[in-house]
Design a protein around this ligand. Sequence first.
Ligand SMILES: NC(=O)c1ccc[n+]([C@@H]2O[C@H](COP(=O)([O-])OP(=O)(O)OC[C@H]3O[C@@H](n4cnc5c(N)ncnc54)[C@H](OP(=O)(O)O)[C@@H]3O)[C@@H](O)[C@H]2O)c1
Length: 289
Amino acid sequence: MILVTGSTGHFGKATIDFLLKTIPSSGIAALARDKNKAADLAAKGIDIRTGDYTDFDSMVKAFTGIEKLLLISSNDMNDRGGQHVNAINAAKKAGVRHIVYTSADIKDPFQSAIAFITDGHVKAENQIKNSGMTYTILKNNLYAECIPMFLGEKLPETGVFFPAGTGKTPFAARIDMAEAAAHVLTTEGHGNKEYSISSDKSYSFSDVADILSEISGKKIEYLDPPKEVFTEQLIKAGIPEMYVGFTAAFAEAIKRDEFNLPGTTLESLLGRKPLSLKAFLQTVYSTSK
Ligand SMILES: NC(=O)c1ccc[n+]([C@@H]2O[C@H](COP(=O)([O-])OP(=O)(O)OC[C@H]3O[C@@H](n4cnc5c(N)ncnc54)[C@H](OP(=O)(O)O)[C@@H]3O)[C@@H](O)[C@H]2O)c1
């Protein structure tokens, strides 16, 4: 049996939908903190197990009888590394044979502008490798979904205002990454491997502005403000300070080219080209003209 954690989130739900295309629901379990949030999955015949990354015993119970586990990294920044280590130790104790983990792909996680994020992945990867379980590490590059998260979902007609300089990122759609995860969970040959999951072409935010210009039929400039001006404007606009700091740190990591690791592994796992950045941005912005 395969268990997917983070099943109430975007990546987990999408992965389960892809799993259902190749295996029966009786072979799938899902971890949820709140069973009510997973009612849609239960209706599809998925075995919903309650558990929390901060509660070791709940996970040992939930992971019992599971052969393959997809551990989706936490979105809770409160001792995220500790949560992952807890989940990995519980998987080991429960007898999980193969653990698949959603990590990040970044040039140097120790020197990163988003070290507060990469730290949780480094701890998880080390723990997994020392656990003795068979593993697959999915080093997911930045979701294309991060672009509307950073710029807003309304077409930025006054210009793409984001302090990422000329840094480039091989964004890929989260849904394609989830399909690749489902493929890894249902096919053989992925034991003790680390996969860089990205598109094969990197884009700067100037490129993003050009694509948005094509989509809208109007020239959209790329504005690359100093970090201080960016944060000041966001705070003035009422964006919570924590979120502003988070976004500015990602912009800095992109500016330093930390994510610029394009490759074809995602394409190989999917057996087709991933969704292009233009096609992705069209799904978000073509209706917001
Ligand atoms: N590569 C990228 O660009 C990128 C971007 C954003 C995030 N990420 C990472 O990738 C992960 C998956 O992405 P996503 O879009 O699916 O995120 P998401 O929609 O925010 O889902 C996060 C999931 O983690 C679960 N979770 C949080 N804390 C937990 C805990 N203590 N115990 C058990 N489950 C817990 C949430 O459960 P609840 O529903 O109960 O809250 C939810 O199911 C994120 O959590 C984050 O680590 C990567």
